[in-house]
Design a protein around this ligand. Structure first.
Ligand code: HEC
Length: 174
């Protein structure tokens, strides 16, 4: 009898413990969470230290991007990254690129860091990402060849199409 009630008691204790915690795993560390916390705000919040020049960006581009985005970002086999300005909203077929369409330059850092190069994302260092962003912006005629891109200057870059975005449901989105 003793054995039976002991087993029952143990079973109840187990049930009580299970109710306290779903036992789904272990809490992740701040360092582990940081690897997934990659988003950069449109205003540049979250941009890491580092800097890059257009010249250094050209080297990164030739080594790691050109194979898919073409010489000087003209496209093929993958997306065209340059040109198309003035093709949106007219009679001609729109050519959407970083230069013609994207409203925020900071998106370049976010996108390239999380997704490019396509076959080995998240391998570029912040300096390489700033540099290749500078190169793409310069190819689009948005910044001069001398502009150095970092956490301060990138959010200040004015994208040509920024003013053409509008809120479809005003009042619902703040
Ligand atoms: C193996 C091929 C490949 C390589 C290498 C590559 N890309 Fe891409 N890239 C793509 C593809 C495919 C897309 C479109 C992805 C999509 O739409 O989901 C893309 C999209 C992009 C875009 C977004 C274009 C847009 O207007 O939506 C940018 C910016 C970009 N790549 C930058 C880079 C940079 C910078 C590098 C080098 C560091 C790079 N890519 C290397 C294949 C590649």
């Amino acid at each position: 009898m003793f054995t039976r009630s002991f087993i029952l008691a143990a079973a109840f204790a187990g049930a009580a413990m299970a109710a306290e915690s779903p036992q789904l795993g272990q809490p992740i560390t701040e360092k582990e969470a940081a690897a997934w916390d990659l988003s950069i705000g449109a205003d540049g919040v979250g941009l890491p230290p580092g800097r890059g020049t257009v010249k250094a960006g050209e080297e990164v581009f030739i080594a790691k991007c050109q194979g898919c985005h073409g010489e000087k970002g003209v496209g093929q086999p993958a997306d065209k990254l340059v040109g198309g300005q003035g093709t949106l909203g007219g009679d001609v077929a729109p050519v959407k690129t970083v230069g013609s369409y994207w409203p925020y330059a900071t998106t370049l850092f976010d996108y390239i860091r999380r997704a490019m190069p396509l076959t080995e994302p998240q391998t570029l260092k912040p300096g390489e990402i700033y540099a290749v962003s500078a190169y793409i912006l310069n190819l689009n005629g948005i910044i001069s060849a001398k502009t150095v891109i970092d956490a301060k200057s990138l959010p200040k870059v004015k994208m040509p199409n920024k003013g053409n975005f509008y809120i479809v449901y005003p009042g619902e989105i703040k």
